[in-house]
Ligand binder design. Structure first.
Ligand code: CP
Length: 307
């Protein structure tokens, strides 16, 4: 089976087989990452452009490393020093970059739908690295890869995953939900009512108002940052209150017999959604997620550009 798509804009609409195919390719990429010399010639002669219009540490760096490990040439575009500051549009910027011979465009943008818009307008493959509150598909895939490894299962059928925090503004939550549901996992979301989108149950998830119960029931919990940059007005009285009601504390974990694996897409706001003591939690998979991110991005670049 080949992947057969030009772009990766979201996990919505991808079949279980397509997702498993990417994850199995990522398993092979992980073997390359464990070698002393992490370089294969697979994408020699291909050019990848990272177009980031929003800040990023993990996604931008791991796409750059992923391209380099596969021998692609990678260019990093910085919006603050580009001609977008002189009024050039997103489409014109991308068309000009493509005209230089680029094969793949990795785009992060504050506007939901930006990746889809570029995918329609470019011949190059477009990979969504996070568009507004819509999707962050490679984060969803790296979360699935991490869960498969932590839970020692190829399939996530019947696995229970909780996602807690600012669901409304989280593109990670949306990609996680699409991916987890496609692989047969049960998903529960928890957060303040002001941060739970209306009709989220239509995506096949359960909603609970408190983190305590869901953490006790779940095999893994994905904690999310409050996306203050996307909130038009404050959605909770104070960070202290949010942390007390919706943060994951070492005290809560210590009161449990069966504990869940802990994940977080980053950046973590220690002391808000996670108590600082959780850094030493034995089932903390946060850095494992980052490693999975390189393998997933290598797999996605290979499947789209190596066609
Ligand atoms: N998880 C994630 O997207 O992190 P960055 O914003 O650092 O890329």
């Amino acid at each position: 089976m080949g992947f057969g798509r030009k772009d990766l804009v979201g996990l919505e609409g991808l079949s279980k087989d397509e997702i498993l195919y990417i994850l199995e390719s990522a398993d092979s990429m992980k073997e390359i990452l464990e070698r002393d010399i992490k370089k294969v010639p697979t994408l020699r002669g291909k050019v990848v452009a990272n177009l980031f219009f929003e800040p990023s540490t993990r996604t931008r760096t791991s796409f750059e490393l992923a391209g380099k490990y596969l021998s692609a040439d990678v260019i990093n575009f910085s919006s603050s020093s580009s001609s977008t500051t002189k009024g050039e549009t997103l489409k014109d910027t991308a068309l000009n970059i493509e005209a230089m011979g680029v094969d793949g465009v990795v785009v992060r943008h504050r506007a939901s739908g930006a990746a889809h818009y570029l995918a329609k307008n470019l011949k190059a493959s477009v990979i969504n690295a996070g568009d507004g509150t819509h999707e962050h598909p490679t984060q969803g895939l790296l979360d699935l890869l991490t869960l498969r490894e932590a839970l020692k299962t190829k399939d996530l059928n019947g696995v229970h995953v909780a996602i807690a925090g600012d669901i409304t503004h989280s593109r990670v939550a949306r990609s996680d939900i699409w991916g987890l549901r496609a692989l047969g996992a049960e998903v529960t979301v928890a957060g303040p009512p002001t941060m739970i989108p209306p009709f989220i149950e239509r995506l096949g998830v359960r909603v609970v108002p408190s983190i305590d119960r869901v953490v006790k029931e779940a095999d893994a919990v994905i904690m999310l940052r409050i996306q203050l940059e996307r909130q038009a007005s404050p959605l909770f009285p104070s960070l202290r209150e949010y942390s007390r009601l919706f943060g994951l504390s070492a005290g809560l974990i210590e009161s449990m017999e069966e504990t869940p694996f802990l994940m977080h897409p980053g950046p973590v706001n220690w002391g808000v959604e996670l108590s600082p003591a959780m850094q030493g939690y034995p089932k903390n998979c946060i850095l494992q997620q980052v490693t999975s991110g390189v393998a997933v991005r290598m797999a996605v670049l290979y499947l789209l550009l190596g066609r």
